[in-house]
Design a protein around this ligand. Structure first.
Ligand code: IMP
Ligand code: MG
Length: 180
């Protein structure tokens, strides 16, 4: 049972659905008539990605990438390491990175710099959540689901120490779980 580890529900399942539909509407409009390579950033964005792509009415292809960021800690790390790279060449293509959350912004900044070197036609970021209060570098996503306060959240793909990803709601994790 994980209930005792949850402080509160921040975004419930039905609100998540509305947020995803809203984002997809914008993306569908912006890329009309274009091909789009949608990149799932593993593991955190897997559920958001799965919901989002099914709302896209576009000529899309899927790619998966995994980089390391947090390890088992709730604090940010300064460098990214590629664990699983894209299989497709992105040169000349429209690329949309799908992320779970932008926190310090370091992960997405490093990732964008890395992928920009491969000369895509366009490179944008869709993120389910944004914690602008925690930003350490100057970066923002083009498609932002919801701006949230400075709380550590889990569920809907987001983890703490690899747990809680399967929760249907986005929940604030009880501080007792990580403050010992
Ligand atoms: P950043 O480099 O600090 O922006 O960190 C981005 C990554 O940290 C995300 O892709 C998440 O995996 C993780 N992260 C940041 N904040 C949270 C949170 O509140 N809950 C779960 N994971 C988080
Ligand atoms: Mg994570």
């Amino acid at each position: 049972m994980v209930n005792k580890d949850i402080q509160s529900v921040l975004i419930c399942e039905s609100e998540i659905k509305e947020i995803v539909k809203g984002l997809a509407t914008k993306i569908n409009k912006d890329y009309i008539g274009e091909q789009l390579l949608v990149v799932c950033m593993l593991k955190g964005s897997c559920i958001f990605f799965s919901d989002l792509i099914r709302e896209l009415d576009l000529d899309i292809r899927l790619e998966f990438m995994r980089i390391s960021s947090y390890g088992n800690s709730a604090k940010t790390s300064n460098n990214v390491k590629i664990i699983h790279d894209l299989q497709e060449d992105i040169k000349g293509k429209n690329v949309l990175i799908v992320e779970d959350i932008i926190d310090s912004g370091r992960t997405i900044k490093n990732l964008k710099e890395l992928l920009a070197k491969r000369e895509p036609k366009s490179l944008r970021v869709a993120t389910m959540l944004d914690k602008p209060d925690r930003r350490e570098v100057d970066i923002n996503g083009e498609y932002i689901g919801k701006v949230i306060p400075n709380e550590f959240v889990v569920g809907y793909g987001l983890d703490y120490a690899q747990k809680y990803r399967n929760l249907k709601d986005i929940c604030v994790l009880a501080k007792s779980v990580y403050l010992n």
